[in-house]
Design a protein around this ligand. Structure first.
Ligand SMILES: *Cc1c(COP(=O)(O)O)cnc(C)c1O
Length: 455
């Protein structure tokens, strides 16, 4: 066994292909349905929103999809991302477990999101898109797409959830620094936005509303396309660079993880780390536990229903089969903004449903406590979203101590928390509260699930 704490790959070890888990699944994913007809949709239905290359990736069953050289070239700015062994955290916990973490906070915007933003900007540029329109919650996706769009010469419009727009001026400034236009959502610029404002002029917005605005603009303008930062198959595909690198780095460390952990909002960073490992398992390799961690106040996988639902509030998106709290469910305003989404990636949902992936949920205060413990041991301040993965990893390490078993734990530290220090300030001031999951609001939203014949 190696005594190092930091495992770095040379630049030429940036993966040359993304890993597509669909190739190894026992059954094809449930079809995506047209919101009007309820029939499976084809590539033409998605063409107003996405370039053909990405639509192809969305439905591809190829195991490996080559990463274009211009994308790898941008990845070189921060990839391969480091893998660390959290030796000091192990000592503090006095655990026989070995804890490793892959650190995605080294990217220019401070999270894993540029892994897909760069790829999406590249394919859009190739197919003649002039303008990319998107939504952002806490601002991580918006700033990642702003960064990527700028590199490939695209105009970027970001509909930012009103409450974050007001509370997170630095994220907005980051987007503007990269040259993007940032609009508070709901806005007067779209029909979806105006409809919400007419009913509720002081609406604080939601991701579901912002998605409706962005999709509406992309659908109505020929030179504009839509970009989504999570949930979709092609986004998860692009994120597999995380796990592919981590596999090689774990080999360098001379270890093999027994447990692989990621936080899950739409599921992309979890999938990015876990899918390459799960792929080995699906092809007959060893079994590992894969844990997707969500907030207790937006418990999509642990409390939601696995059913067809819309991805947005105004019901403009296709229907996908996923774990959902109902598209009308507006999660309470907790600090891990990137985890405030009513749905979950269809691929992650299918794996949870089949038992291959475990889901866990934690309260935000226990996640911040874990984040502070991690920062004091390892030096990196985790993003509020990432503290959910930290919490689950610490739990598993503590269980190893109780049982006297050595296990190897690998988790994804999806981003740093430098833009989220207000959350830490609130935590230290004792102002963070744990909202219980609103069962009745969820039940109300789930009663309005669309009826789908194909199910
Ligand atoms: C957006 C975000 C998440 C949640 O999104 P996933 O698609 O579930 O990965 C998690 N961590 C950070 C740092 C994020 O920015």
């Amino acid at each position: 066994m190696n005594s190092e704490t930091k495992f770095l790959l040379p630049e030429d070890r940036i993966p040359r292909a993304w890993y597509n888990i669909i190739s190894d699944l026992p059954e094809p994913p449930a079809p995506v349905l047209h919101p009007g007809t309820g029939q499976p949709i084809g590539p033409d239905d998605l063409a107003p929103l996405f370039p053909m290359a990405l639509i192809g990736q969305e439905v591809s069953a190829e195991r490996e999809i080559e990463i274009p050289e211009p994308v790898r070239d941008v990845y070189r700015l921060w990839r391969p991302a480091p893998l660390y062994r959290a030796r000091r955290l192990e000592q503090v916990l006095d655990t026989p477990a070995h804890i490793y973490y892959k650190y995605e906070g080294v990217s220019p915007s401070g999270s894993h999101k540029p892994n897909t933003a760069v790829a999406q900007a590249f394919y859009n540029k190739e197919e003649g898109t002039k303008r990319l329109v998107t939504e952002t919650g806490a601002g991580q996706w918006g700033s990642s797409l702003a960064f990527a769009g700028n590199l490939f010469g695209l105009d970027i419009d970001v509909y930012m959830v009103r409450i974050s727009f007001d509370q997170k001026p630095y994220r907005r400034a980051a987007m503007e620094t990269y040259g993007a236009r940032c609009v508070a959502s709901p806005s007067e610029e779209t029909e979806s936005g105006r409809a919400i404002l007419a009913e509720k002029p002081d609406s604080t917005g939601s991701l579901g509303i912002a998605i409706s605005e962005a999709v509406e603009i992309a659908a109505q303008n020929d030179d504009a396309k839509y970009a989504l930062g999570s949930v979709l198959n092609h986004v998860l595909l692009h994120q597999t660079v995380i796990g592919l690198e981590a596999m090689e780095q774990m080999e360098m460390a001379g270890e093999d993880p027994d447990i692989v952990i990621g936080c899950a909002g739409g599921g992309s960073n979890f999938a990015g780390l876990a899918f390459p490992f799960l792929g080995q398992q699906l092809r007959g390799g060893r079994t590992r536990r894969a844990i997707a961690v969500e907030p207790m106040s937006c418990p999509t996988m642990t409390k939601g229903t696995y059913a067809y639902d819309f991805g947005d509030t105004a019901h403009l998106t296709p229907l996908v089969k996923m774990h959902t709290l109902g598209s009308g469910f507006v999660p309470p305003g907790f600090h891990a903004g990137g985890l405030r989404y009513h749905g979950m990636s269809p691929l992650v949902s299918a794996l949870v449903d089949s038992g291959l992936v475990e889901a866990q949920a934690f309260l935000q205060t226990e996640c911040f406590a874990a984040g502070v413990q991690f920062a004091r041991a390892e030096g990196i301040i985790p993003a509020p979203e990432s503290t959910h993965a930290v919490k689950a990893a610490i739990n598993e390490a503590e269980r190893c101590k109780e049982e006297g078993t050595k296990r190897t734990i690998l988790f994804n530290l999806s981003g740093h928390g430098h833009f989220d220090m207000q959350a830490y300030t609130d935590y230290f001031a004792g102002k963070l509260t744990d909202q219980p999951h609103d069962e009745s609001a969820m039940r109300e939203a789930l009663e309005k699930l669309p009826e789908v014949a194909a199910e």
